[in-house]
Design a protein around this ligand. Structure first.
Ligand code: GAL
Length: 388
């Protein structure tokens, strides 16, 4: 090295060392995990690779085994396909790479994944189309691993109907439904129940009297809430929500759920899913895409808390920065926190045993619980200080 530096005539050696350090150090810094402590809708949201998350119009599932969230969505950069990111806290995401390559599929949009506990397969449904959106098929793929690779199983018109924008709803009884913008050209919304292996559609396929695109659903106290957008391409419009006492409707329109959305554009976003955050009672998160009129890889995410008021109204309010614990009431906090704490912080059997013994000595970790079960640094502070 010294020889090399001496040979570069007139170049100060300190400067060269600094340049080399920067060359090797700065790229490795960009691979560092991020340190976000909240969800900040609408901004640039880098993952651990230092790049803005490219995972649009998808859904999130939570693995109780690995205690991680897996977020799937359209990877609109090249090569295209279905992106997979994972996170322990919903704020900081690791790019897990493409779960499925788009390959020869001209349009692969709105991917959604469900896990089948009987077959132990991850099943991916999406809008499968040709370049002119004239095919209007549902596509289905599956994988033995959450991160993929997912292999295409089939694509078709569900029960003979067109299907473009689609969402997925997983009911508590294990049944999974695809909610799809149907015929004629996105005018109706239908819901179809999947077979028990989630790999095909059944004939339980109903026009639920709703319109038009971007469907997402939740259930609370036996009432199903459906949110949709109107049909205006990559330009945002005013959302509508509907309610019904059966998943197959009929649904009744209840108007715009957004409060304080002065431009009536769903806070400049289009819905794609509603995610129920585990560990909270009724911790529903609106997931929307801010396409900015073009639908590029750089499109942003508008993730906001959903509230169902005491009179049963759905409300979505803007929050520039929020955490689930600042909005929702934790449920089963004790078990969940202890389990997550061990998993996330120690991650090996030796330390887990030590922590369990520490617990048995009578020191109640619950005394020190912070409110946010997803904030590991916060959760660490007190128990670690008293750790022997
Ligand atoms: C939107 C739809 C998107 C995409 C886009 C194409 O209306 O929600 O998923 O299909 O049109 O222009």
């Amino acid at each position: 090295m010294r020889k090399l530096m001496r040979s570069i005539k007139g170049f100060p050696s300190n400067t060269l060392v600094l340049a080399l350090v920067c060359f090797f150090w700065i790229p490795s810094l960009s691979q560092q995990p991020t340190t976000f402590t909240s969800i900040t809708p609408g901004g640039v949201w880098p993952a651990d690779d230092g790049k803005h998350i490219d995972c649009h119009a998808g859904n999130i599932i939570y693995s109780a085994q690995s205690k991680r969230y897996y977020w799937f969505g359209e990877h609109r950069g090249s090569p295209g396909g279905v992106a997979c990111y994972s996170s322990a806290d919903l704020y900081n995401w690791k790019n897990e790479g493409l779960a499925m390559q788009k390959g020869a599929i001209a349009v692969l949009e709105r991917p959604k994944v469900a896990y089948n506990t009987t077959t132990k397969k991850y099943v991916l449904w999406f809008h499968y189309d040709n370049g002119g959106y004239g095919l209007a098929h549902l596509g289905v793929a599956s994988s033995d691993s959450v991160r993929g690779p997912y292999t295409l199983v089939d694509h078709f018109l569900p029960n003979g109907h067109q299907s473009r924008d689609m969402g997925m709803y997983c009911d508590d009884n294990g049944k999974v439904y695809i909610i799809y913008a149907a015929d004629p050209t996105n005018v109706t919304i239908r819901i179809v129940e999947l077979t028990s292996d989630y790999l095909n559609v059944t004939t339980n396929d109903v026009d639920i009297q709703a319109h038009c695109e971007g469907p997402g659903m939740l259930k609370i106290n036996g009432v199903y809430y459906l949110i949709t957008s109107k049909c205006s391409g990559w330009t945002p419009n005013q959302a509508t929500y509907y309610t019904a006492t059966s998943v197959t409707g009929p649904f009744t329109s209840k108007g715009d759920p957004c409060v304080g959305d002065t431009n009536h554009t769903t806070f400049n976003s289009q819905p794609c899913n509603i995610f129920q955050i585990p560990g909270y009672s009724n911790g529903f998160m609106y997931m929307g895409d801010r396409w900015n009129g073009v639908g590029s890889a750089n499109s942003q995410y508008v993730f906001l808390p959903i509230t169902i008021t005491s009179t049963g109204a759905m409300q979505i309010k803007w929050a520039a920065s929020w955490t689930p614990s600042s909005v929702f009431t934790p449920s089963s906090v004790k078990e969940k926190n202890v389990y997550d704490f061990k998993q996330a912080v120690f991650g090996n059997a030796v330390n887990r045993t030590v922590l369990r013994a520490f617990d048995l000595l009578g020191r109640s970790l619950s005394l020190n619980y912070p409110r946010d079960p997803h904030n590991y640094s916060n959760r660490l502070s007190n128990p670690m200080r008293s750790f022997p």
